[in-house]
Design a protein around this ligand. Structure first.
Ligand SMILES: Cc1cc2nc3c(=O)[nH]c(=O)nc-3n(C[C@H](O)[C@H](O)[C@H](O)COP(=O)(O)OP(=O)(O)OC[C@H]3O[C@@H](n4cnc5c(N)ncnc54)[C@H](O)[C@@H]3O)c2cc1C
Length: 421
């Protein structure tokens, strides 16, 4: 039976590019089919709208000590900048600045939140939601849950598996890349066989693995699928024969969370130094404070972060609503007139929630579904000729670029070992 290629890779994000890099090293012919018109997937740097690199998706090199992309970034001459994890330049309580003692209490509550989650997970027993493990009722507890749960995880802590949160916890160094994380990932695609604008809609397994899309068909010996679990759950890619029940369950157990960024160009006159962080105390149900990073790398813009249900709602409403929301949040610190003066340009709002090629930002696990990542990573469809890779498949560094890259490499090795030489 004639094959066009040894291994087809679906998706040119970090996982797909990691897989293609490994396959090239293993001497396997491969082709990466990417639906979009650019590489990098959820690692995407764009400079046109803010006049400086802006990472719409990933921007922090999480767990830099163990991140496979740290040495690569250094070798390629990228500029890494260490960041402080939580210290806030301005912390608002209502309309006033928190005192140093109140800031210290806020930081202590965040530490206690993480310690409580770890302690509860260490007890073992059935999985529970993060919300069941962390402190409630203290002055800063809801705010800590808002930052560490809803914002960073992109999902409310009551929906999120404690076991998965602990298993995939991100500790260690967290530098940012001045040129942009997306720029680094795009650089890694150079020289790899990638076809852009080539969506795959169906994968059939019989004598060959046949990938079908509007651009035609490709016959391969094996295939690595790296699209997000959001895309898989939405039926953006169909399989024939259909997926086994345990794989369907694993996909359903790993939905996409949402973290949105809204960036405003400007910021002069606010008296804030590079990398200033702003946040405010959550003022009850219905309040959704944004976390702000002002003047990253000394650049003239500010980036507001919003996660969870509020981010999904805003994504549905569109960019104008997102901009109004962001300006209103920032106005609490400086007043609406000062915000209008300091940020005279239109905002840039990310669209991960509404983009059908992603369907969200990164995965979390439903309560009880902490084992789903291993199921997806280990799934061997069509006698092992079809494998999954991507951030959802990494059992330690899920939700990261480094984890996606490593998972692509692992899938490439496993699949290559299965196929005849
Ligand atoms: C706002 C935000 C902030 C983040 N912050 C960080 C961070 O600071 N640090 C960090 O490490 N990670 C961060 N992440 C997560 C990180 O970006 C992802 O974990 C990682 O990039 C996922 O890579 P992937 O290859 O698994 O998936 P993707 O990047 O989603 O790649 C899959 C590719 O498949 C393509 N595709 C979809 N459907 C089809 C189809 N039918 N046919 C062909 N191609 C298709 C998509 O276009 C995409 O390019 C963030 C993500 C977001 C959105």
């Amino acid at each position: 039976m004639p094959f066009d290629i040894d291994i087809a890779v679906v998706g040119a994000g970090a996982a797909g590019l990691g897989a293609a890099t490994r396959l090239a090293a293993l001497g396997r012919s491969c082709l990466v089919l990417e639906a979009g018109m650019r590489v990098g997937g959820r690692a995407y740097t764009e400079s046109a709208s803010l006049g400086a690199p802006f990472d719409h998706g990933a921007s922090w090199l999480h767990v830099a000590e163990h991140n496979p992309l740290t040495p690569v970034a250094r070798r390629l001459g990228f500029t890494l900048r260490e960041g402080e994890r939580r210290r806030r330049e301005i912390l608002l309580i209502g309309d006033r600045h928190a005192t140093p003692a109140e800031k210290a209490a806020h930081d202590a509550a965040c530490d206690a939140w993480e310690e409580a989650a770890e302690a509860r997970a260490a007890q073992g027993g059935p999985d529970v939601s993060i919300a069941e493990a962390v402190p409630h009722g203290g002055y800063w507890d809801a705010t800590a849950s808002h930052w560490l749960g809803t914002t960073i995880c992109g999902v409310e802590p009551w929906k999120n598996s404690l076991r998965d949160y602990i298993d995939t916890g991100l500790d260690g160094e967290t530098p940012q890349i001045a040129e942009g994380y997306g720029t680094l990932v795009a650089r890694l695609a150079e020289g790899l066989p990638v076809r852009l604008g080539a969506p795959v809609h169906r994968i059939r397994a019989d004598g060959a693995i046949t990938l079908e899309g509007p651009g035609g068909t490709l016959r391969a010996r094996g295939c690595i699928v790296t699209v997000s679990t959001g895309v898989l759950a939405a039926g953006g890619l169909r399989f024939e024969p259909g997926l086994p029940a345990e794989v369907e369950a694993a996909i359903a157990g790993l939905p996409l969370a949402l973290l949105s960024k809204i960036a405003l160009r400007g910021g002069e006159g606010l008296g804030l130094g590079p990398f200033a962080r702003l946040g405010r105390r959550l003022e009850g149900a219905g309040d959704h404070p944004m976390s702000w990073l002002v003047a990253p790398f000394g650049r003239d813009h500010a980036v507001g972060f919003l996660g969870g249900e509020a981010a999904w709602a805003l994504a549905r409403e569109g960019p104008a609503a997102a901009e109004a929301f962001a300006r209103a949040d920032l106005a609490r610190y400086f007043g609406a007139a000062a915000v209008a003066r300091a940020f005279p340009h239109p905002a840039v709002a990310t669209d991960w929630g509404e983009n059908p090629l992603f369907q969200g930002a990164y995965t979390y696990a439903l309560v009880g579904a902490a084992g789903a990542r291993a199921v997806l990573a280990g799934a061997r469809l069509a006698d092992g000729r079809i494998r999954f890779a991507g951030e959802a498949c990494h059992t330690r560094y899920a939700g990261t670029v480094g984890g996606a890259w490593a998972s692509g490499m692992a899938a490439a090795e496993a699949l290559s070992a299965t196929l005849p030489g």
